[in-house]
Design a protein around this ligand. Structure first.
Ligand SMILES: Nc1ncnc2c1ncn2[C@@H]1O[C@H](COP(=O)(O)OP(=O)(O)O)[C@@H](O)[C@H]1O
Ligand code: SF4
Ligand SMILES: [Mg+2]
Length: 378
């Protein structure tokens, strides 16, 4: 991450807009985020998603759920994936894990975990890879715990399905206790059934299962949404603590921007299947660049400052038939003809900060200045 990070709201670092390609990860094992290290480009990439496209076939035509997205996840990083309901967050997660169910299918793309191309793995290799290379804590996971199985047996199932029958039962119990400790669960729940646990405890069991085999990457899809607000925050903190202790990299999918601000290093913003901005968390809050990100940030409720909500209703176009040019143009207050004609490419405004919006193209500087003046006065 660059030292020159701009913190002036709604303005760009002078002369820093470029369209050069993102640096690839190197081999360093420095912890994320690489603050003050110049460009962050020396950090190891553990997950590399390239040009991923996923459709759902329907009788009326294909729904474009994920539309050619690319991003890197760095070792030790927590990346937040946000965007309103239906923008393709869960489908992205399923795509990365090769769990997209028909009528969904991957049209094209590349997904590399530690250099392994997930899309080339055979079914048996994939089965092994899930939980060990990649693991998912799915949306509503705590409600899908088997009600007829004790907690210990559900965790043992995960371990034994990958490592075979464990002969040393004492060692296995100790290993589960250690997992309990990682996620803040008391040992007494070992023999309990899910219905005997609170929501927060059930969610911790799901986290324990997700990290049991020390995967390289864990994806938590709205892992805390079903919990009440205070418990949400405590469980989210647990997720990050476990991530640090076990040394995994984490993608947290959510829509609570306030909660994400507290736990993630970078935020990727999705709109209607496209990734429109990806940036270090401080930049997203202090200096959101994409008009949709600005809308999201403006919609965070503030007790101190009561302001009318600017958010309009959700995605306005038919996902089978997206508009030409920019995906956001039907809702964008700054759209002009060019936005309908040309799809905005990702523009690298600073290291680790990309935005897909024509306003950040140098040739439209005047429009950008006017747009930002409008925002500042609103
Ligand atoms: N089984 C399905 N059939 C058709 N469309 C689907 C199916 N599942 C999801 N979709 C569509 O794919 C898009 C992305 O959905 P999803 O990934 O669940 O979004 P999110 O997790 O961001 O709420 C939405 O437009 C949704 O309606
Ligand atoms: S490219 Fe145009 S329509 Fe799209 S977000 Fe930027 S200004 Fe708005
Ligand atoms: Mg979802």
């Amino acid at each position: 991450m660059s030292e020159q990070r701009n913190t002036h709201p709604k303005s760009l670092p002078e002369g820093s807009v470029s369209t050069r390609p993102h640096k690839e990860g190197g081999t360093s094992t420095r912890p994320f985020p690489p603050r003050g290290l110049g460009d962050g480009g020396g950090d190891r990439v553990v997950l590399k998603v390239d040009n991923l496209r996923i459709h759902y076939a329907t009788p009326q035509g294909d729904v474009i759920a994920v539309s050619d997205i690319s991003f890197n996840l760095y070792e030790g990083e927590t990346l937040g994936l946000v965007g309103e309901s239906g923008c393709g967050k869960s489908t992205t997660a399923y795509g990365i894990l090769q769990l997209v169910q028909p009528p969904g299918y991957i049209v094209h793309g590349s997904i590399q975990v530690d250099g392994t191309e997930v899309l080339n793995l055979e079914e048996e290799e994939l089965r092994k890879f899930r939980w060990t290379g990649l693991s998912l804590i799915p949306q509503g996971a705590m409600n899908s715990l088997n009600p007829t199985m004790r907690v210990k047996d559900q965790i043992i199932d995960v371990i034994e399905s990958h490592e075979g029958k464990q002969k040393d039962k004492d060692a296995l119990r100790e290993r589960i206790f250690e997992l309990f400790q990682n996620v803040g669960l008391p040992n007494r729940i070992y023999n309990m059934y899910p219905h005997e646990l609170s929501g927060g405890m059930k969610q911790r069991v799901c986290i324990a299962m997700g990290v049991a085999l020390h995967p390289t990457v864990v994806i938590a899809d709205e892992a805390t949404s079903a919990l009440d607000v205070v418990v949400q925050r405590i469980v989210a903190q647990t997720l990050v603590k476990v991530k640090d202790e076990i040394g995994v990299s984490l993608i947290v999918i959510g829509h609570d921007m306030g909660l994400l601000a507290q736990i993630v290093d970078r935020i990727a913003v999705m709109y209607a299947g496209k990734m429109v901005e990806i940036a270090p968390v401080e930049n997203v809050y202090a200096n959101p660049l994409h008009p949709y990100t600005q809308l999201l940030i403006d919609s965070i409720p503030s007790i101190k400052e009561r302001k009318p909500l600017k958010i309009t209703e959700g995605i306005t176009h038919d996902p089978r038939n997206p508009p030409s040019g920019c995906i956001f143009r039907l809702r964008c207050p700054f759209a002009w003809e060019h936005c309908a004609e040309v799809e905005p490419p990702p523009i690298y405004v600073e290291d680790l900060h990309e935005v897909a919006c024509h306003l950040y193209d140098e040739q439209f500087e005047e429009r950008r200045t006017n747009a930002h003046a409008l925002i500042a006065n609103s």
